[in-house]
Write a protein that binds this ligand. Sequence first.
Ligand SMILES: Cc1cc2nc3c(=O)[nH]c(=O)nc-3n(C[C@H](O)[C@H](O)[C@H](O)COP(=O)(O)OP(=O)(O)OC[C@H]3O[C@@H](n4cnc5c(N)ncnc54)[C@H](O)[C@@H]3O)c2cc1C
Length: 335
Amino acid sequence: MITSAVDELVAISPRPEPRSAAVTDPDAVVIGAGPNGLVAANRLADAGWSVVVLEANAVPGGAVRTAEVTAPGFRNDLFSAFFPFTAASPVMGDLDLPAHGLTWTHAPAVLAHPLAGRAAAMLSRELDATVAGLDQGADGDGEAFRRLFADWTAMSRPFLDALLRPFPPVRAGAALTRTVGLTGLRELTRLGLMPLRRFVQEHFVGDQAALLFAGCALHADLTPEASGSALFGWLLVCLGQQVGFPVPVGGAGAITDALVSRAAHGGVDVRCGVRVDRIHVRTDQHHGSAGYPLPPLLPVLCAIQYETRREVAARRVRDCTQVACAAGWGGSAPS
Ligand SMILES: Cc1cc2nc3c(=O)[nH]c(=O)nc-3n(C[C@H](O)[C@H](O)[C@H](O)COP(=O)(O)OP(=O)(O)OC[C@H]3O[C@@H](n4cnc5c(N)ncnc54)[C@H](O)[C@@H]3O)c2cc1C
C-alpha cells in the first residue's frame, strides 16, 4: 500500500527542483522508519525528492530489528525472522539491497515438521526432494504437489506483482488474467475463500502435506478452518519452494541497515527518537486554522500501525484537505 501512496504522490506532484538541504527543507515527511516507511523514503528519493523520516523509537526498523537481548555476543531477531515475501517482492528487488550490504542465507531445508517414527514433513528447495518426501506420506501426494507448484510457477510473476506492487493492480491483474484465464481466476477466488482443511482434503491424503500447508497458514494466525487460510498456506508453501525462506546474514536488522544505508545514500534524513503526535492539515497556503504560520504544503506519508495512524489522524485539524506538516519536524508547527 505504501508504494501506491508513493507512486500517487510522484505522479500528481511536479518533480521538485533538486534540493541541497534535505534536513531543513524536505519535499516530504515519512512517519515511521519500519520497512514500509524506509521503502517509501527510498522510492521518493529515487524520484528526486528530499525526504525526512521521523521515527519514534531510538532506532529504525520497526518490527524488522535484531539486538543482543539474551547473552553477550548473541543477537536475536526481535520480531520478524524469515523473509520469503521480501525475497520475492518486485519492489524490494528494484531497490537492489545486496548492493547496500544485504546478504541472504538459507537453512539446509526450508522447513520441516518431525513426525514420531515416520519421515518428517519437509519442504526442500529441491522440488524432487519435496515430492519424494510427500510421497512417503501417501503415494501420489508428491505428484499432486508437483502439479500445484507448476500452476504457481506459471502465475507467480503476475500474482506477486498484483499482491506486492502498487494498488490497484490494474496491469498485474490483466497479466494474471491472461496467464490463468477466467477459469483460473475463478479457482483463485475459490482458493481465497476456502479453509485450508478443505484444500488439503481436495489435493492430498497424507499427514506430511497437511502439516506443511497448515504450518504455513498458521503463520498468518489463521486456523485450518478459517476462510482464507488455504490461500495463505498455499502461497507460503509455494514461495518456500520457489525462493526458500531466506534470512539475512546478521539477522533481520540487516534488511533495515541496508534500507537505511541506501536511503542515506539518496540523501534521506532518518531521525530517530521523534514521535509524531499530530498532523496539521490546512486548505490555505499561509495559515493554520488557529492562525499559526505553517511551512509550505508538505506531503506526509504515514507508514505506521493502523491504530496509531487513526490516533494521530484523530488529532489533526478537521476542516482541511491538504497535509501541511508534521509535529516533530522542524519545530514550525504549533504544539
Ligand atoms: C512478532 C512479529 C513477527 C513477524 N514475523 C514476520 C516474519 O517472520 N516475516 C515477515 O515477512 N514478516 C513478519 N512480520 C511482519 C513484518 O514485521 C511487518 O509486516 C513489517 O514490520 C511492517 O512494516 P511497517 O513499516 O509497516 O511497520 P512497522 O515495522 O511496525 O514500523 C512502524 C514504525 O513506525 C514507528 N511509529 C509508530 N508510530 C509513530 C509515530 N507516531 N511517530 C513516529 N514513528 C512512529 C514505529 O516505532 C515503527 O518503527 C512480523 C511481525 C511481528 C510483529
